[in-house]
Design a protein. Structure first.
Length: 295
């Protein structure tokens, strides 16, 4: 498998991003609410990665402090996914993935604080463009705005998660990081039900239908566990710039897949697509400028 990834690295990279693009589609196809959906996704991904690491004989080599910190980071990704899928349930796949692209807006202001560096001018300018694009989309959309709110919260949490996660990628194996973070969600979501005093067996464990179970297995194993391992291996054979540029295609793939599968349900106004093009273009430009400056 690893030899195939090396031989067809660019093709493999785009297949991986296409699979990531299916996440939003599955979020709409699966009938469970966002809390139960995320819990099953993280449980299945945790089990898959546990078996993978057990097979490799590399399961327990992590210190207690890193384990606890990664559980904390896992709580961030748990709420990131909860809000992402809530955005899909309240609006559409297109709204959720476009809102997720606004993570560059948060990154421009959070990264300088996190890494104690100066604010970069072009990032501020691009962030302002993203803000105006969001305002334009919201102003033209006469429907409910709650899906946008959930999507933007998800983007903010996704940015925080990425920054904290980056600290551990250099010293802990990516599959092990992901397994521990998935465990965090498996623990946290039942606690949310308990805090809300929603602890009946039907709400704490909402059993999925056969169709949902099939989709959840694909989502948990292929779109979560395997993609993380896949991404780690591909990073050995492509440049970081190629990886970032390919991942930036995810919202485009998601919107196209959603339009193909859901047709009229996913049709948005011309103003939405205009605003989406501006936001996604800014994401590509930011990656291009960062690559130029890093040389």
């Amino acid at each position: 498998m690893y030899r195939l990834l090396e031989r067809y690295k660019i093709t493999s990279l785009h297949i991986m991003v296409l699979i990531l693009g299916l996440t939003g589609v599955f979020g709409k196809l699966i009938e469970l609410n966002s809390l139960n959906l995320v819990w099953y996704r993280m449980l299945i991904a945790f089990i898959a990665l546990f078996i993978f690491l057990l097979y490799k004989g590399n399961l327990l080599s992590i210190n207690k402090k890193d384990f606890i910190n990664l559980l904390g980071i896992g709580s961030i990704v748990t709420f990131h996914w909860i809000f992402f899928f809530a955005s899909i349930k309240e609006s559409s796949v297109s709204v959720a993935v476009v809102c997720l692209s606004t993570s560059s807006l948060f990154s421009a202001f959070i990264e300088p604080i996190f890494f104690k560096r100066k604010i970069i001018k072009y990032e501020v300018i691009m962030s302002i463009i993203v803000i105006f694009a969001i305002i334009y989309i919201l102003g033209m959309d006469k429907g409910s705005k709650i899906g946008y709110v959930y999507g933007i919260i998800s983007a903010f949490l996704g940015t925080i998660f990425t920054l904290f996660n980056a600290k551990y990628l250099q010293r802990v194996e990516a599959s092990k990081i992901t397994m521990i973070e998935m465990l965090s969600g498996v623990i946290i979501i039942p606690l949310i039900f308990i805090i809300n005093k929603d602890i009946s067996i039907n709400n704490l464990i909402e059993f999925p239908s056969f169709n949902d179970s099939f989709l959840l297995i694909i989502l948990g194993v292929l779109c979560t566990a395997m993609v993380f391992v896949w991404m780690t291996e591909i990073m050995r054979h492509v440049s970081p710039y190629s990886l970032i540029m390919a991942i930036n295609l995810e919202p485009i793939y998601s919107i196209i897949l959603a339009l193909i599968i859901f047709k009229e349900e996913e049709y948005m106004s011309g103003s939405f697509y205009l605003g989406a093009i501006v936001i996604i273009s800014v994401v590509f430009l930011e990656s291009y400028f960062k690559n130029r400056l890093s040389k």
